[in-house]
Design a binder for this molecule. Structure first.
Ligand code: COA
Length: 511
C-alpha cells in the first residue's frame, strides 16, 4: 500500500492516463450501439468466445492488446483482432479472433501485423491455431497499406498453408462473415466449423455479385452454413450457435492424438504475485533500476546462480528457474563494455550447448564510447555479442524493463533478433538514442537548425520512445506490468519447452 501512489504515477504512459486506464479504455471503447447490434444477432462478444473456448483453469496470455492505440482516431481498438495463447482440451494453442464490433472485423496494417506475428509464434513453437472468424476482410479505404506487399494480407494464407504442411492443426470457426480474401481463412484450414444462420463464406457478397453478373441472391443462399456444410464442402461441421461451435472445436482437440498436439509436459500454473516489482520500478529511474533485485523477484527463491559475478559487472548472467522452468538470465546492469559483452557471449555459449532458454532483461543505454574503448575493440566485442544472440538456437524471451537504446537493443535480443516472445514494461523507452543526444547530433550536422526544428525533434523522440508507441506499432508482444512478469515469463518458458533445439552453430567471431 505504501507505494500505491508512486506506482500509479510511474505507469502514466500517456500525458494523463496510466497503463491500466488505457487498457480499460481500449477494452471497453466500442460503442454500445455496435455491441448491441452484435449481441442481437445472437453472437457472443469476441473475448467471451475466447473465454468459453479455453479450459476452465487456463490462463490467456493476450498479445498486443494496445495495437493501433493512438491511430485512426482510436477507431480500431486492439487493431480489431484478439490474439493469444491458452489451453484447449489440455493443449496449448494460438487463438486468432476477429472483433466484428470494430469496423466489421476488417484489417488495417496493424491487424495484419498482429495476425502474422501470432502465426509466426505458432510456427516457431508448433502451436495449433484456432481462428474465430468474423470479418469483412480488408479495410477497403486503406487497401494500399495492406494488400499487395510481402507482409500484407496474402501472407496470412501463405503461412496457413505452410503451418498445415508442418502438421500444425489449423481449425477455423466461422462465426460471422468471411468475405473475399477473408474467405480463404476457413478455406485454407484443415477443419472448418460454421454457425447456422450466422456464418457465411463467399468471394463476393450479394451486392457485388449483382453488380458483376446481375444475379440476385442473398447471404444464406450464396454462402451460408447450409450451403457450405451440405453443398460446397467448404465447411465440415455445422453448429447451432456460438457455444455449439466452440464445443465442437473442443471435441476436435479432445480427439487429437497427442503426437500431433504435443501437449506440454509442464503445464504453467498462474500464481498470485506480490507487487514488489511494481514498487521497485516506481522508485527508480530506468537507468538506475536495481537489476539484482529484479532478478531476485522474478526467479524462484535462491535459484539464481551468478556466473562470472565479479567480471564485466555491467551485465549480470546466471542460470536460474522461474516456477520450476530452467532458464539462463542475461540482464543489463549499466553500459556495455568489452568485458561485459564477452561475458554474455560466454554465457550464451553455455546455454546453447546445454539447450537452456535465455531470458534477456533488457535495460541498456548502449555500448561504451570514447577513444580508449574504441582502441580496445568495443566494436568487435559488441559484434561478438550480436553474433551470439543472432545465432543461438535456444529459445529467447526478451523483457524490456527499462531503456532500450541503439545497438544495445540488438545485442539484447530486440525484435530483429527473433525472440520467441518480447514483452515490455510501461516505463520502458526504445529509440536509436535519447532525445537530447539526437538533438545534439542533428544540431551538429545541421548547425542552422531553428529552435522550432530542434523542439520538433525532441518532441518526436519523446513521444516515439514510449512503451505505448512501441506496443501500438507492434514492436513488442504487449506491455505487461512489472508485477505480472513472473507469471508471463513462466508461461513463456512453458510455451517454448517443446521447441526443437538444434545443436549450436556459430559463425566467425571477429577476434
Ligand atoms: N472496409 C471498410 N469498412 C468496412 C468494411 C470494409 N471491408 N466492411 C465493413 N466496414 C465498416 C462499415 O463501414 C461500418 O463502419 P462504421 O462502424 O463506421 O459504421 C462497420 O464496418 C460495420 O459494418 P456494417 O455493415 O454496419 O456491419 P454488419 O455487421 O451489418 O456487416 C459486414 C458486417 C462485414 C458483413 C459488412 O459490412 C460487409 O459485407 N462488408 C463488406 C465486406 C467486403 O466486401 N470486403 C471485401 C474486402 S476483401
Amino acid at each position: 500500500m505504501l507505494f500505491t501512489k508512486n506506482i500509479v504515477e510511474s505507469f502514466k504512459i500517456d500525458p494523463i492516463l496510466t497503463y491500466t486506464e488505457i487498457l480499460h479504455q481500449v477494452l471497453f471503447s466500442v460503442s454500445e450501439i455496435r455491441v448491441k447490434k452484435h449481441i442481437d444477432k445472437g453472437k457472443l462478444l469476441v473475448r467471451e468466445r475466447i473465454q468459453y473456448l479455453l479450459d476452465r483453469d487456463s490462463s490467456f496470455v493476450e498479445l498486443s492488446p494496445l495495437a493501433a492505440y493512438g491511430m485512426y482516431e482510436n477507431n480500431h481498438p486492439s487493431a480489431g483482432i484478439i490474439t493469444g495463447l491458452g489451453y484447449v482440451s489440455g493443449n496449448l494453442v494460438m487463438i486468432i479472433a476477429n472483433d466484428a464490433t470494430v469496423k466489421g472485423g476488417t484489417y488495417v496494417k496493424e491487424t495484419i501485423k498482429k495476425h502474422l506475428r501470432a502465426l509466426e509464434i505458432a510456427s516457431n513453437l508448433s502451436l495449433p491455431c484456432i481462428y474465430l472468424v468474423d470479418s469483412g476482410g480488408i479495410f477497403l479505404p486503406r487497401q494500399a497499406e495492406v494488400f499487395a506487399d510481402k507482409e500484407h494480407f496474402g501472407r496470412i494464407f501463405f503461412l496457413q498453408s505452410r503451418l498445415s504442411a508442418m502438421s500444425i492443426p489449423q481449425i477455423a470457426i466461422v462465426m460471422g462473415s468471411c468475405t473475399a480474401g477473408g474467405a480463404y481463412i476457413p478455406a485454407m484450414s484443415d477443419e472448418v466449423i460454421i454457425v447456422k444462420n450466422q456464418g457465411s463464406i463467399f468471394l463476393a457478397g450479394p451486392p457485388l455479385v449483382k453488380a458483376a453478373t446481375g444475379e440476385e441472391t442473398n447471404t444464406e443462399d450464396l454462402g451460408g452454413a447450409q450451403v457450405h456444410a451440405a453443398i460446397s464442402g467448404v465447411a465440415d461441421y455445422i453448429a447451432n450457435d456460438d457455444y455449439d461451435a466452440l464445443d465442437i472445436c473442443k471435441k476436435i482437440f479432445d480427439a487429437m492424438p497427442s503426437a500431433v498436439c504435443s501437449p506440454l509436459l509442464n503445464k504453467f500454473k498462474s500464481e498470485t504475485n506480490p507487487s514488489i516489482l511494481d514498487a521497485l520500478v516506481s522508485l527508480h529511474e530506468n537507468a538506475a533500476l536495481p537489476m539484482n533485485n529484479i532478478i531476485k523477484a522474478v526467479c524462484d527463491e535462491n535459484s539464481f546462480v551468478p556466473f562470472k559475478e565479479q567480471y564485466g559487472t555491467t551485465i549480470l548472467t546466471g542460470m536460474a528457474s522461474i516456477q520450476g522452468f530452467k532458464c539462463g538470465i542475461i540482464a543489463n546492469n549499466g553500459i556495455l563494455f568489452s568485458e561485459s559483452a564477452l561475458k554474455a557471449v560466454h554465457f550464451i555459449e553455455l546455454c546453447s550447448h546445454r539447450k537452456v532458454p535465455i531470458i534477456f532483461l533488457h535495460n541498456i543505454t548502449g555500448f561504451m564510447v570514447g577513444k580508449e574503448f574504441e582502441h580496445k575493440g568495443i566494436a568487435k566485442d559488441g559484434a561478438k555479442l550480436v553474433h551470439a544472440v543472432a545465432n543461438t538456437n535456444v529459445p529467447k524471451i526478451t523483457l524490456i524493463v527499462g531503456n532500450s537504446y541503439g545497438a544495445g537493443n540488438y545485442a539484447m535480443a530486440g525484435r530483429a533478433y527473433n525472440p520467441d516472445f518480447l514483452f515490455i514494461w510501461p516505463n520502458a523507452q526504445i529509440a536509436v538514442m535519447g532525445a537530447n543526444q539526437a538533438d545534439f547530433v542533428m544540431n551538429s550536422v545541421n548547425n542552422k537548425s531553428s529552435e522550432a526544428a530542434r523542439n520538433t525533434i525532441k518532441d518526436n523522440y519523446a513521444k516515439e520512445s514510449q512503451a505505448l508507441y512501441s506496443t501500438a506499432n507492434l514492436w513488442d508482444d504487449g506491455i505487461i506490468l512489472p508485477s505480472q512478469s513472473r507469471d508471463v515469463l513462466a508461461f513463456s518458458l512453458s510455451a517454448v519447452s517443446n521447441k526443437k533445439i538444434n545443436a549450436p552453430s556459430f559463425g566467425i567471431y571477429r577476434m
